[in-house]
Design a protein around this ligand. Structure first.
Ligand code: SF4
Length: 305
């Protein structure tokens, strides 16, 4: 049995031999984030990967993230280390239902959170991330009715902030949707001086109690630039790894010990090594899917966030 140090050595060697780049989402295990070439949110990572000259992308995250990397880099080999790493929210979309809604509502403008499968993206007009959703939606044509999918919480956050009525798909992230008003109130009582930073995938009544609703990328930059010393973090546990590493003089309190996405924790060091050795599971998408799914992503990238 190999030690962690031996596994890390092998991964580093294989990375050079295979000209691979390792990407780790902000929610992945600390041991994975530490060995990755880039850490970040899913879109940030896919863009970085597309810009590299690597032949292979190892995406330590969940399936839709690896698919997004493939869509943006169709000629690179993209590998998802644990094939069962899915996303409950992305899997809540019933494509037939979306197609029916489009047929019944000609002119419907479909906005897809980037947390969607490649196939779902082929049915959408534009993608958004949690970081740019407000800016993108604000600039969409006023005369078109919007369907926002799959996250009803992020969708209603945008609708409320922008005062725009939208059709919301009934999807949600089980990790963030579990956050409650009483969880926040309890933490605020325990840490009265802490600033509350929440991800907008949480329910609206909980988001309303936070100081800032931010994407993971924006939580990281906000904390770095803040003079405050204590933060209540209302998103997935994995982000604490980077927050603590990059801000050793600051204190972070997770909203709840239950804020853990089991899918994001599947890839461990040994899985990463095996994925690099065997180059599995390779993400395979047809040319047609890639060409259609890239359209809403490119449209989003034309907006400045
Ligand atoms: S945290 Fe939620 S949205 Fe992110 S991968 Fe897990 S289930 Fe999906």
């Amino acid at each position: 049995m190999l030690t962690d140090a031996q596994i890390i050595e092998r991964i580093k060697t294989l990375k050079k031999v295979k000209n691979a780049v390792i990407l780790a989402h902000n929610y992945s295990l600390g041991e994975i984030q530490d060995i990755a070439d880039f850490c970040g949110d899913s879109l940030e990572l896919s863009i970085k990967a597309a810009e590299t000259t690597a032949d292979m992308i190892i995406f330590c995250g969940v399936r839709f993230m690896a698919e997004t990397a493939k869509i943006l880099s169709p000629d690179k080999k993209v590998v998802l280390p644990v094939s069962t790493a899915g996303c409950d929210m992305a899997d809540m979309v019933d494509l037939e239902k979306v197609r029916r809604m489009k047929q019944e509502n000609p002119g419907l403008y479909v906005v897809a959170y980037v947390n969607t499968t490649a196939e779902t993206k082929t049915e959408c007009d534009i993608c958004v991330t949690s970081g740019n959703a407000l800016n993108v939606v604000k600039n969409l044509p006023q005369d078109r009715e919007i369907l926002f999918l799959p996250d009803r919480n992020l969708g209603s956050f945008c609708a409320a902030q922008l005062g725009r009525v939208m059709k919301l798909y009934e999807g949600y992230c089980p990790v963030h949707n579990r956050f409650t008003v009483s969880m926040i109130e309890k933490r605020k009582k325990e840490y009265p001086n802490a600033e509350v930073l929440i991800h907008p995938e949480a329910p609206a009544d909980v988001v309303a109690l936070a100081d800032h609703a931010l994407s993971t990328g924006k939580i990281l930059s906000h904390v770095k630039n803040s003079d405050k010393k204590e933060f209540i973090i209302a998103t997935e546990l994995g982000i604490l790894h980077r927050l603590e590493k990059e801000n050793p003089d600051k204190r972070f309190i997770l909203i709840s010990p239950e804020a853990v996405c089991p899918h994001m924790k599947l890839a461990r060091l040994q899985d990463l090594l095996r994925a690099m050795e065997e180059e599995t599971e390779e993400i395979v998408l047809s040319r047609e899917i890639c060409e259609k799914a890239v359209v809403p992503i490119r449209r989003m990238l034309e907006f400045k966030s």
